[in-house]
Ligand binder design. Structure first.
Ligand code: 5GP
Ligand code: ZN
Length: 114
Protein backbone atom coordinates (compact mmCIF):
# COMPACT_ATOMS: atom_id res chain seq x y z
CA UNK A 1 0.00 0.00 0.00
CA UNK A 2 1.85 3.07 -1.24
CA UNK A 3 0.13 5.64 0.97
CA UNK A 4 0.23 3.74 4.25
CA UNK A 5 2.59 5.09 6.90
CA UNK A 6 3.02 1.70 8.59
CA UNK A 7 3.71 -0.03 5.24
CA UNK A 8 6.43 2.60 4.71
CA UNK A 9 7.98 1.86 8.12
CA UNK A 10 7.90 -1.89 7.36
CA UNK A 11 9.56 -1.26 3.98
CA UNK A 12 12.22 0.99 5.53
CA UNK A 13 11.05 3.97 3.49
CA UNK A 14 10.56 6.09 6.61
CA UNK A 15 12.33 5.63 9.94
CA UNK A 16 10.89 3.39 12.60
CA UNK A 17 12.37 2.06 15.83
CA UNK A 18 11.83 -1.58 14.92
CA UNK A 19 12.09 -3.98 17.87
CA UNK A 20 10.97 -7.23 16.21
CA UNK A 21 10.30 -8.56 12.76
CA UNK A 22 9.81 -11.72 10.75
CA UNK A 23 8.06 -12.54 7.48
CA UNK A 24 4.58 -12.13 8.95
CA UNK A 25 4.81 -9.35 11.50
CA UNK A 26 6.78 -6.24 12.32
CA UNK A 27 6.84 -4.27 15.57
CA UNK A 28 8.13 -0.76 16.28
CA UNK A 29 7.92 1.79 19.06
CA UNK A 30 4.98 4.17 19.02
CA UNK A 31 6.12 7.69 18.10
CA UNK A 32 3.97 9.10 20.93
CA UNK A 33 4.33 6.60 23.79
CA UNK A 34 1.79 6.64 26.61
CA UNK A 35 3.86 4.38 28.89
CA UNK A 36 7.52 3.31 29.32
CA UNK A 37 6.90 0.48 26.82
CA UNK A 38 4.60 1.27 23.91
CA UNK A 39 5.12 -0.94 20.87
CA UNK A 40 2.88 -1.39 17.84
CA UNK A 41 2.70 -4.91 16.40
CA UNK A 42 1.49 -5.03 12.80
CA UNK A 43 1.10 -7.61 10.03
CA UNK A 44 3.65 -7.06 7.25
CA UNK A 45 0.82 -7.53 4.76
CA UNK A 46 -1.41 -4.45 4.59
CA UNK A 47 -4.63 -5.27 6.43
CA UNK A 48 -6.67 -2.15 7.17
CA UNK A 49 -8.32 -3.25 10.38
CA UNK A 50 -9.76 -6.24 12.20
CA UNK A 51 -12.45 -6.57 9.53
CA UNK A 52 -9.77 -7.25 6.94
CA UNK A 53 -8.45 -10.64 8.00
CA UNK A 54 -8.57 -13.23 5.21
CA UNK A 55 -9.45 -16.84 5.94
CA UNK A 56 -5.83 -17.90 5.39
CA UNK A 57 -4.39 -15.22 7.71
CA UNK A 58 -4.49 -17.51 10.74
CA UNK A 59 -0.69 -17.85 10.88
CA UNK A 60 -0.35 -14.07 10.81
CA UNK A 61 -2.84 -13.64 13.64
CA UNK A 62 -0.95 -16.22 15.67
CA UNK A 63 2.35 -14.53 14.82
CA UNK A 64 1.06 -11.27 16.31
CA UNK A 65 0.40 -12.93 19.66
CA UNK A 66 3.73 -14.73 19.56
CA UNK A 67 5.40 -11.39 18.87
CA UNK A 68 3.59 -9.86 21.85
CA UNK A 69 4.92 -12.59 24.13
CA UNK A 70 8.49 -12.30 22.83
CA UNK A 71 8.57 -8.49 22.88
CA UNK A 72 7.18 -8.45 26.43
CA UNK A 73 10.09 -10.70 27.43
CA UNK A 74 12.58 -8.45 25.58
CA UNK A 75 11.16 -5.36 27.28
CA UNK A 76 11.21 -6.99 30.72
CA UNK A 77 7.47 -6.52 31.27
CA UNK A 78 6.22 -10.08 30.85
CA UNK A 79 6.06 -10.88 34.54
CA UNK A 80 4.35 -7.71 35.74
CA UNK A 81 1.99 -7.66 32.77
CA UNK A 82 0.79 -5.20 30.22
CA UNK A 83 -2.19 -4.11 28.16
CA UNK A 84 -3.06 -4.92 24.53
CA UNK A 85 -5.31 -2.59 22.54
CA UNK A 86 -6.50 -2.90 18.93
CA UNK A 87 -8.54 0.17 18.06
CA UNK A 88 -10.81 -0.65 15.14
CA UNK A 89 -12.70 1.75 12.87
CA UNK A 90 -14.26 5.11 13.69
CA UNK A 91 -15.97 4.06 16.91
CA UNK A 92 -12.73 2.45 18.07
CA UNK A 93 -10.91 5.74 17.28
CA UNK A 94 -8.45 3.97 14.98
CA UNK A 95 -6.21 6.64 13.46
CA UNK A 96 -3.82 4.63 11.29
CA UNK A 97 -5.63 2.30 8.88
CA UNK A 98 -3.13 -0.55 9.03
CA UNK A 99 -4.12 -3.14 11.61
CA UNK A 100 -2.01 -2.82 14.76
CA UNK A 101 -1.97 -4.05 18.32
CA UNK A 102 -0.66 -1.63 20.95
CA UNK A 103 1.53 -3.32 23.57
CA UNK A 104 1.61 -0.96 26.53
CA UNK A 105 3.41 -1.61 29.78
CA UNK A 106 6.11 -0.71 32.24
CA UNK A 107 3.66 0.88 34.65
CA UNK A 108 0.42 -0.02 36.34
CA UNK A 109 -2.44 1.13 34.08
CA UNK A 110 -5.37 3.22 35.09
CA UNK A 111 -8.55 1.22 35.19
CA UNK A 112 -10.01 0.42 32.69
CA UNK A 113 -7.91 2.26 30.07
CA UNK A 114 -5.07 4.71 30.15
P1 5GP B 1 -4.55 4.14 16.60
O1 5GP B 1 -5.27 5.33 17.17
O2 5GP B 1 -4.72 4.04 15.10
O3 5GP B 1 -4.88 2.88 17.33
O4 5GP B 1 -3.03 4.37 16.92
C1 5GP B 1 -2.09 4.83 16.00
C2 5GP B 1 -0.79 4.98 16.74
O5 5GP B 1 0.22 5.18 15.78
C3 5GP B 1 -0.75 6.20 17.69
O6 5GP B 1 -0.47 5.75 19.02
C4 5GP B 1 0.36 7.06 17.12
O7 5GP B 1 1.14 7.67 18.12
C5 5GP B 1 1.16 6.09 16.28
N1 5GP B 1 1.81 6.67 15.12
C6 5GP B 1 1.25 7.53 14.22
N2 5GP B 1 2.15 7.85 13.26
C7 5GP B 1 3.28 7.16 13.57
C8 5GP B 1 4.57 7.07 12.94
O8 5GP B 1 4.85 7.69 11.92
N3 5GP B 1 5.49 6.27 13.54
C9 5GP B 1 5.21 5.58 14.69
N4 5GP B 1 6.20 4.82 15.18
N5 5GP B 1 4.03 5.63 15.29
C10 5GP B 1 3.07 6.42 14.74
ZN1 ZN C 1 -0.21 -0.55 5.44
Amino acid sequence: MTDCIFCKIIAGEIPGDIVYRNDLVCAFRDINPVAPTHVLIVPTRHIADNNGWADDDGPTAAAIFTAVREIAEQEGIAENGYRLIANTGPHGRQEVPHLHVHLIGGQRMQHPMG
